[in-house]
Write a protein that binds this ligand. Structure first.
Ligand SMILES: [Zn+2]
Length: 464
């Protein structure tokens, strides 16, 4: 049999470890990882000598704001940025789209809008908000892979879920062994602290962190852990910013709870000093933390306490950042990061800190695929899986520039960073979408993914 594509000579990172192998692709899927000495006739041969071959990134937390706020991003530019950054699957959030994705009709509207625009594959979050508990089942039937709830006000039309709503939503979602993802910050505490700082005339960047100290996150994590345990619902904590929160989650797991957690590159690479220096472009919630917290998160990324990385890519027009320069409360809180996540984690994690390549693949692809029910189709370079592949040149040094970014608004707190490791080629289902760093895919090629049967581990899927 003649294969469509053979990737020769690379160091392949798979669940079997890191080994030289030929990746053989046919029909958009991986058909074999073969001994490099073996010859595979193929229509297209890709020379990956001296390169690292990784499973395509799976970013479980992006905001592309389609439909309704496409002047902020939109699926075409957002998924182009994903592809260029080695992310071959995104799971897109229900908020900042108008209407928010909180029922079956909004889900259908979103799918229609995305259809002709996606460069990479995608799954969709549904929302759990104040008034949609009775419509969650419709979202499930539509194909939502998880449900997002905010314990704190979002500042947009997306309603916060109070404790009663969270409880009822979790009861419902547990009924189909679904997953609730929570933005865990204590609303009352943060709003009170914010009002007090505002009364005192504070508008500087540091005030943002003072309004949302670690306790704001920790109390919310503790509370939602209890509610998820009581209702029997699988729980995913999004964008963890404090290692103490990771410890709470680890302790809950030890008691048998099904809970997973992600953090973002910005919590690992930036700290509160960087925020004070960079200004609104680095405003996010929870806020960037002091240096010891950052180091604590790195330990949890390395030791497996943290399951996966997400970008929480949440862009906005430049003016929505600019108005916060002299008044932090006025700036949009969100960081653009879908394109920079994988290169930065390779450079800062693998190269600088010695993070093993297997761990990088688990963090950027495999574990999220398992948590969100997309494994083994996505998340690993194994026979039978979709041929979503990143070919990375581990030695090439380059600088992150605005010109390289593909988002609608080329904002990033990482502009000017020197990076070792260049994303040379990206394949989605066997087709090259990025070549020599250039986008060559087509909008509309990306397809909707639905949740399959739960896979084993890491934390949450098929555990007790
Ligand atoms: Zn988010």
């Amino acid at each position: 049999m003649k294969a469509e594509t053979a990737i020769l000579g690379g160091l392949v990172v798979s669940s079997a470890g890191v080994l030289p192998a030929t990746v053989v692709i046919s029909g958009g899927r991986i058909v074999a990882l073969s001994d490099p000495a073996e010859r595979w006739p193929a229509e297209e041969v890709l020379d990956a000598r001296g390169r690292i071959v990784l499973p395509g990134g799976l970013d479980p937390h992006v905001h592309f704001n389609e439909p309704g706020r496409t002047h902020w991003e939109g699926f075409e530019t957002g998924s182009a940025a994903a592809a260029a950054g080695g992310v071959t699957t995104v799971i897109e959030m229900p908020l900042n789209a108008i209407p928010p994705t909180t029922d079956a009709s909004a889900f259908a509207l979103k799918l229609e809008a995305i259809g002709p625009r996606a460069f990479v594959d995608y799954a969709l979050w549904g929302g759990l908000v104040t008034d949609n508990v009775d419509r969650l089942e419709g979202l499930e039937r539509s194909g939502a892979v998880a449900y997002k709830a905010f314990m704190i006000a979002t500042g947009t039309e997306y309603a916060r879920a109070d404790d009663g709503v969270l409880w009822e939503g979790m009861e419902r979602i547990a009924g189909w062994n679904g997953l609730v993802g929570v933005h865990a910050e204590n609303n009352d505490l943060a709003m009170r602290l914010q009002a007090r700082l505002q009364r005192a005339g504070r508008r500087d960047m540091r005030a943002w962190g003072e309004a949302r100290p670690p306790e704001v996150e920790l109390e919310a994590i503790q509370r939602v852990l209890r509610m998820a345990r009581a209702t029997g619902c699988r729980l995913h904590i999004v964008h963890l910013s404090t290692p103490e929160g990771g410890a709470l989650i680890a302790a809950a797991r030890q008691r048998g709870q099904r809970v997973s957690v992600e953090t973002c590159p910005h919590y690992l690479l930036l700290d509160e000093e960087a925020f004070a220096r960079l200004g609104p472009v680095a405003k996010c919630a929870p806020p960037l933390r002091p240096r010891p917290a950052v180091e604590g998160l790195w330990r949890q990324v390395a030791d497996g306490t943290i399951d996966c990385l997400s970008s929480d890519h949440s862009p906005c027009p430049p003016e929505d950042k600019a108005r916060g320069v002299d008044d932090v409360w006025q700036a949009w809180g969100g960081i653009s990061g879908v394109q920079t996540a994988l290169p930065l984690m390779f450079s800062e994690g693998v190269r600088r800190r010695g993070l093993p390549l297997e761990r990088l693949a688990a963090l950027t692809s495999t574990n999220a695929a398992k948590i969100f029910g997309l494994y083994p189709r996505k998340g690993s370079l194994i026979p039978g899986a979709d041929a979503d592949v990143v070919i990375l040149d581990p030695e090439r040094e380059w600088t992150i520039t605005a010109e390289w970014l593909r988002s609608r608004h080329r904002l990033s707190p990482f502009l000017g960073w020197r990076v070792t490791g260049w994303i040379e080629r990206v394949l989605v289902r066997g087709r090259t979408v990025v070549r020599d760093g250039d986008l060559v895919g087509d909008p509309g090629y990306g397809t909707l993914l639905r949740r399959g049967p739960a896979a084993k581990g890491p934390h949450g899927s098929a555990m007790r």
